[in-house]
Design a protein around this ligand. Structure first.
Ligand code: PLP
Length: 395
């Protein structure tokens, strides 16, 4: 009889969003007709922008004619898109080769798949609170995970140190769920630490487009030394509303070598074995994001979410509730008022004002007592949620 991967038995019982969905469904079933305001899961609410839709339509038409039809795409990405993305980095002063850019179906897929590059006996450090998939993907692989908690004392941006030694280091900046962003100096300390220890940083830049402060790094490759210790994982999901369309990219510098093996070459070998590339139609839509028009249109959508953030932040300021994030990130991370637990606040908001948020402890033990609000919602619903929070918590 075949032996299953028994590491699946080590996974925590249920996934955060599954728990939230269960509780929410149970509430709606018991209260039919309820208007829920979903400020929880980080899905976008605005449609794809005009230039992307146009490119997608054109790509469909390309597939209808013999001369323009595309079959299998190159496994590592359409060369035009790889070059376009490298050019996008160049505009920000970051030198990345087109052969260092790998087009993916999104950051989630990549965060799981990329673990193929590392020995199962290696350890993974997760800076917490963190996106739950980091830990789960490593548990599934049987890898040892080290949890590095952060808190209000360090602005949810912990420093490297003796307790942070691991082979793989996950850093997400802007962070989901806290919205905290590493500045250059703090990120440089992690880069130096990784180079000193021979570690590899998996830098999750899924929210880089939300950084508005020009002094903050949007790519780890803005930091000297990162090319010998980092892989950057990016996504168009939140940047350009591709959550349901699926496109991302990963940068693996050619200088990233451990034990005589070059990770860029290994990833080419991996991709050419395990995928047949991302759909031509979707890559064509993705390329439109990087045009001047595309950049202007996605910036408009991001401004919409930023205004949602301001509405929620004003409500929290009025209530005197501590929070971080919101300014350079699409998430607001607040301290549960009155010493409430995070599931306690979740239940209270659901039952009293039908606002659904995300309990902080779902992102690691140090998230207990905190709560995440997403700013990706509809404007009217955000305004309504802010009003309901003010009414309930201002009592
Ligand atoms: N990384 C972080 C930090 C995220 O929050 C998310 C999605 O919410 C992802 C990665 C996954 O993004 P994608 O939609 O590209 O799979």
């Amino acid at each position: 009889m075949i032996t299953p991967n028994t590491h699946y038995a080590d996974l925590k019982d249920s996934y955060l969003f599954y728990n939230i969905a269960q509780k929410t469904q149970a509430y709606v079933a018991a209260h039919p007709g309820t208007r829920l305001l979903r400020m929880g899961i980080g899905d976008v609410s605005l449609p794809l922008c005009e230039v992307v839709i146009k490119a997608l339509h054109e790509a469909v038409d390309d597939q209808a004619a013999k001369d323009t039809f595309h079959g299998y795409m190159p496994e590592c990405g359409w060369p035009f898109l790889r070059e376009t993305i490298a050019g996008h980095y160049a505009k920000r002063g970051v030198a990345v080769g087109a052969d260092e850019v790998f087009v993916s179906s999104g950051a989630s897929d990549e965060l799981g798949d990329i673990l193929d590059l590392f020995d199962r006996g290696s350890s993974a450090l997760v800076v917490e609170p963190a996106y739950p998939a980091y830990v789960d993907a490593n548990v599934m692989a049987g890898r040892k995970t080290v949890h590095l908690p952060s808190g209000e004392d360090n602005g949810f941006l912990p420093e490297p140190g003796a307790d942070a030694k691991a082979d793989l280091i996950y850093i997400c900046s802007p962070n989901n769920p806290t919205g905290a962003v590493f500045d250059r100096e703090k990120l440089r300390r992690w880069v130096d630490f990784a180079n000193e220890n021979g570690s590899v940083i998996l830098f999750d830049a899924a929210y880089e487009a939300f950084i508005e402060d020009p002094a903050l790094p949007r790519s780890i490759f803005e930091i000297d030394g990162a090319r010998t210790c980092a892989i950057e994982i990016c996504s168009l999901s939140k940047t350009a509303g591709f959550t349901g369309t699926r496109l991302g990219y990963t940068v693996i510098p050619r200088e990233l070598v451990r034990g005589g093996m070059r990770f860029n070459d290994m990833w080419v070998r991996n991709r050419t074995t395990k995928t047949n590339g991302v759909s031509y139609i979707i890559q064509k839509g993705g390329a439109a994001v990087f045009t001047d028009e595309g950049q202007a249109q996605i910036a408009e959508n991001i401004r919409y979410y930023k205004e949602n953030a301001r509405i929620l932040m004003r409500a929290l300021d009025g209530l005197g509730i501590w929070y971080c994030g919101g300014k350079n990130a699409p998430y607001i991370w607040l301290k549960c008022p009155g010493g409430m637990g995070s599931w306690e606040l979740f239940d209270l908001l659901l039952s009293e004002v039908q606002v659904v948020g995300t309990p902080g402890e779902g992102f690691g033990a140090c998230g207990a007592g905190y709560f995440r609000l997403s700013t990706f919602g509809d404007r009217d619903e955000t305004v309504e949620a802010a009003a309901r929070l003010t009414k309930l918590l201002g009592k």
